[in-house]
Design a binder for this molecule. Structure first.
Ligand code: AMP
Length: 158
């Protein structure tokens, strides 16, 4: 079993201010291990505008996503991701933007780039119960490599 240094960290980022401690911890580890860092932001599919759905069908009909809105979100996310990449000195090629369900996409990307440590924040804001937030739990469910859940304090940082 290889228990050597971490060589490639994958940081899942959501651009929330409260994620700064997650970024700081990742930078600490990156420096300590001299590891490569890949940044990943996932844009979830945009749900269709509910007012355009026929009455009574909203629960059952699968509508195509609003492509323009999704393109706008992608462009905005790309700008935020590249700004973060610049701040952290991560090359553009290691700033990945993906579309899909956040947890599974984090897992897939970790396997794709052969990351040996995935870093996510965890505050349980969306979780009904349990120690981890929903994204962290989803990543842990399909564990392909080590995962570090950095605790995010409620209310975030100043
Ligand atoms: P949660 O408690 O489910 O809000 O998860 C918080 C953590 O999940 C964040 O600190 C990020 O590490 C990760 N995360 C949440 N949303 C995204 C996203 N859209 N793209 C990448 N990572 C995300």
């Amino acid at each position: 079993m290889d228990t050597g240094d971490y060589k490639h960290l994958l940081l899942a980022v959501d651009f929330e201010n409260e994620s700064e401690p997650v970024i700081a911890r990742t930078q600490q580890l990156r420096k300590f291990f001299g590891a490569r860092l890949t940044l990943l932001h996932v844009v979830e599919h945009v749900p269709p505008a509910m007012e355009y759905l026929p009455l009574g069908y909203s629960d059952n009909v699968s509508m195509p996503v609003d492509l323009e809105l999704e393109e706008e979100l992608m462009a905005l996310a790309r700008r935020q991701l590249e700004a973060l990449g610049q701040r952290l000195d991560v090359p553009v090629g290691d700033c990945l933007l993906r579309v899909g369900p956040t947890g599974p996409v984090i897992d897939e990307t970790a396997a794709e780039v052969s990351a040996d440590l995935v870093v996510v924040g965890s505050h349980g804001r969306h979780g009904l119960m349990g120690l981890f937030g929903s994204t962290a739990r989803s990543v842990l469910r399909d564990l392909g490599c080590d995962v570090l859940c950095v605790k995010i304090e409620r209310g975030g940082v100043d």
